[in-house]
Design a protein around this ligand. Structure first.
Ligand code: HSE
Length: 308
């Protein structure tokens, strides 16, 4: 009647693919323990120090579980313990990880009656509470692992797993606050056709590069002509971090999700380490504290660690 799930951090957008592309990391991850009870309702406890709301109506995991419970005829409830390994607001899918972990755990306690696509739908309700917008570009890789494309949300959720060659990810997280809702307010509401053409050419180029393991094509296709220029002022050091990362051998990268983290894709672990250090040096010089994460792409999404 108790399940423990680990749900990974994710990178969304991947440069040119605003709101549609994403990838899963292996770590960090949130640990979500769910206990099924006969007492209806959701009771949430946070075993971390982030002071996130425990009222289910204002907690991403709580809202996702409420959406799932609306489809369950039995009178049941859940006691939820969340230990966040992913810092909220870091731009690596913290809210998506908690929402996905919670519904994956609930599904295990309900005999796996829902499909992963249905679980994505429930988790998106939670994500909407955190970011003010229904999007699945972090949720999809947290659920399925690997690289994902959210081809459509309406009229039917359409998520596509993308093939990709082995890649190592370097992420630097400068300790500055960028709220997703604020980072979305700075975006243009209309895009000149010429820019849109360049952007969707890059999305196609990136996916083709993944499929054919063409690292050069991946590198030239990651560029984002629409979203990153608007968000550049929100992240001091971004332009210099990119220059140093490329000089250290990165294939390419950009803002992770809505920031403030910055990601770079790399061919090898050694290059990813060097790239992480190179990006970190920018924030040392700026006097901004930072964390660096280096790891492979996570092939698994959220997974059940044990059931008792
Ligand atoms: N695609 C979203 C954005 C991710 O860039 O605003 C934020 O969670």
């Amino acid at each position: 009647m108790t399940v423990l799930v680990h749900s990974p951090a994710t990178l969304s957008n991947l440069g040119c693919g605003f709101d549609v592309l994403g990838l899963a990391l292996e770590a960090p991850y949130d640990a979500i323990r769910l206990h099924r009870t006969d007492e209806p309702g959701i009771r949430i406890q946070h075993l971390d120090s982030y002071n996130l709301p425990t009222d289910p109506a204002h907690n991403v995991a709580g809202v996702a579980l409420q959406a799932l419970l609306r489809q369950v005829p039995e009178q049941i409830g859940f006691d939820v313990e969340i230990t966040k390994g992913i810092k909220p607001g870091s731009g690596v899918g913290s809210s998506a990880a908690s929402a996905v972990g919670a519904v994956v755990a609930a599904n295990a306690l309900l005999g796996h009656r829902f499909s992963k696509m249905q679980l994505v739908d429930f988790a998106m309700e939670g994500e909407a509470v955190a970011s003010g917008a229904r999007h699945a570009d972090n949720i999809a890789p947290a659920m399925f692992g690997g690289f994902t494309l959210v081809r459509a949300l309406e009229p039917t959720l359409d998520i596509v797993a993308l093939a990709a060659p082995p890649l190592w990810v370097a992420v630097v997280h400068p300790q500055i606050e960028v709220k997703t809702s604020d980072a979305r307010k700075v975006l243009p509401t209309a895009v000149p056709l010429g820019l849109a053409v360049r952007q969707w050419a890059n999305v196609a180029g990136l996916v083709a590069g993944f499929t054919t393991a063409d690292y050069e094509l991946i590198g030239r296709s990651l560029d984002d002509y629409i979203v990153e220029p608007a968000r550049l002022p929100l992240i001091p050091g971004l332009a210099e971090a990119r220059v140093r990362a490329l000089a250290a051998g990165a294939i390419g990268g950009g803002i992770s999700g809505s920031g403030p983290s910055i990601f770079m894709l790399n061919k090898t672990e050694a290059t990813a380490q060097a790239v992480g250090d190179a990006m970190g040096s920018v924030f040392t010089e700026l006097g901004i504290a930072f964390n660096v994460y280096v790891g492979p792409v996570g092939t698994e999404g959220a997974r059940v660690i044990h059931e008792l």
